[in-house]
Design a protein around this ligand. Structure first.
Ligand code: ADP
Ligand code: MG
Length: 340
C-alpha cells in the first residue's frame, strides 16, 4: 500500500478502536489464514465468579445432611450474587473453613481465579486473613501459609507435585468441568514436624469452582472467520474438559482446542500451528500471552488486557469485543485493495 493509503486505513481503523502498530502490520493482517484465541479474557469475559464450594473429609465430599447441598455435597451458589454479604450466601461450617483457607492463600494472588475466590469468600461474609509466605506457581496455582496450615489451591498437577493424590476429588472435578467451570483443588500440606509416624504428604480439603461467561459476540466472530476459510483454534492453560465446553459454546472444533498449555509453552503451541506454513493471528489479553503474541504472524491484544500483552502485540483492539478481529481483517483488505 502507498503511505497515504496506509495512513487512511490506519486512521479509519483507529476511530473504530483498532490500532495497528505501523503500516507493515496493516498489510500483514490480510494474509492471516489462521486465528488462535486465548480462552480466558478473550473469548470469555475473564470475570470469574465463585460458584461452588465442596468440602471434603476423609477423601469424600461432606455436607450430605445440608438441604441446600447439591447431590454430592456441594453448595450451589447463584453466580449472580450481589457484593453485599448476606445470610443467603452463607455457607455451612465445613464449606466456610474450606473457603476461608482457600481465600487466605489466594489473597496474595493477582490471578483472576484467585481474585474470584477472595471476592466470593468476602461476599459470603468470610474473614480473609493475610497469607504467610505466599508462592505463585504459574499455570498451576498457589501455595501459602494460612491459619489452617500450609495450603495449596490449584490444579491436579499442583497437588501431585506436592505428593498429594487428587483422585478422590475426580468425580466432583469432572462434574464441574463439564459445566464449563474451572474447578480447583484445595489441600493442606502436612507440616514437617519430625513426626516419623505421619508420612502423609498432606490432606485434600475440598474443591472450589469458578465460572466465567462467554462474550456475546464470540460465537458470531468464530463462525464468520470460518466462513472466510480461516482456521480457528483455542489455546488455554485451563483443563481439557472446561476448554471443550467453552469451545463448543463458541463453535470451535474440539480438535482445534489446545488445553493445559503452560504459560511458557504458549509460544511453542503457536509455532506448532504455524508449522504447516499458515499465518496465524494470536488474540490474547494476559501476561502469559506475550511470547505467543510475538511468535504469531500477527499478535492481537484485546483492549482491557495487560500492558505486557499490548506491548507485545502488533494490533490492539481497544474494545473488549472479539468481533473487532474481523474489523481488523476488513480494514487491512480494504486498504490493500485501494492501491491495486
Ligand atoms: P489461562 O491460560 O486460562 O490464563 P493459567 O495458565 O494462568 O490459565 O492457569 C492454568 C491453570 O492453573 C488454571 O486453570 C488453574 O487450574 C490453575 N491456576 C493458575 N493460577 C491459579 C490460582 N491463582 N489459583 C488456583 N488455580 C490456579
Ligand atoms: Mg490467561
Amino acid at each position: 500500500a502507498t503511505p497515504a493509503a496506509t495512513m487512511v486505513g490506519s486512521t479509519i481503523a483507529a476511530t473504530n478502536g483498532v490500532l495497528f502498530k505501523g503500516g507493515d502490520v496493516l498489510e500483514r493482517v490480510r494474509d492471516v489464514d489462521a486465528v488462535v484465541f486465548d480462552k480466558t479474557g478473550t473469548l470469555t469475559h475473564g470475570e470469574m465468579e465463585l460458584t461452588d464450594v465442596v468440602a471434603f473429609a476423609d477423601g469424600r465430599p461432606v455436607g450430605d445432611g445440608d438441604p441446600s447441598a447439591t447431590p454430592d455435597g456441594g453448595v450451589a451458589v447463584d453466580p449472580d450474587v450481589d457484593r453485599e454479604p448476606s445470610p443467603d450466601h452463607a455457607v455451612s461450617d465445613p464449606e466456610t473453613r474450606l473457603l476461608r483457607a482457600a481465600a487466605t492463600a489466594e489473597s496474595g494472588s493477582e490471578h483472576p481465579l484467585g481474585e474470584a475466590i477472595v471476592a466470593g469468600a468476602r461476599d459470603r461474609g468470610i474473614e480473609v486473613d493475610d497469607p504467610e509466605g505466599f508462592e505463585n506457581v504459574p499455570g498451576h496455582g498457589v501455595r501459602a501459609g494460612t491459619p489452617a496450615g500450609e495450603v495449596l489451591v490449584g490444579n491436579r498437577a499442583l497437588l501431585r507435585e506436592n505428593g498429594i493424590d487428587p483422585d478422590p476429588a475426580e468425580e466432583t472435578m469432572e462434574r464441574l468441568e463439564r459445566e464449563g467451570k474451572t474447578a480447583m483443588l484445595v489441600a493442606r500440606v502436612s507440616p514437617r514436624d519430625g513426626d516419623a509416624a505421619d508420612d502423609e504428604a498432606g490432606e485434600l480439603l475440598g474443591v472450589v469452582a469458578t465460572a466465567d461467561t462467554v462474550r456475546e459476540s464470540a460465537r458470531e466472530t468464530v463462525s464468520e472467520l470460518r466462513e472466510r476459510g480461516i482456521a480457528v483454534s483455542m489455546l488455554t492453560g485451563d483443563n481439557e474438559r472446561t476448554a471443550r465446553a467453552v469451545a463448543e459454546r463458541v463453535g470451535i472444533d474440539p480438535d482445534r482446542v489446545r488445553a493445559e498449555v503452560l504459560p511458557e509453552d504458549k509460544a511453542d503451541a503457536v509455532e506448532a500451528i504455524q508449522a504447516d506454513g499458515s499465518r496465524a493471528a494470536m488474540v490474547g489479553d494476559g501476561v502469559n500471552d506475550a511470547p505467543a503474541l510475538t511468535t504469531a504472524y500477527v499478535g492481537i491484544a484485546i483492549g482491557s488486557g495487560t500492558d505486557v500483552a499490548i506491548e507485545a502485540a502488533d494490533v490492539t483492539l481497544m474494545r473488549d469485543d472479539p468481533r473487532d478481529v474481523l474489523k481488523a481483517l476488513r480494514v487491512s483488505e480494504a486498504t490493500i485493495a485501494k492501491v491495486r
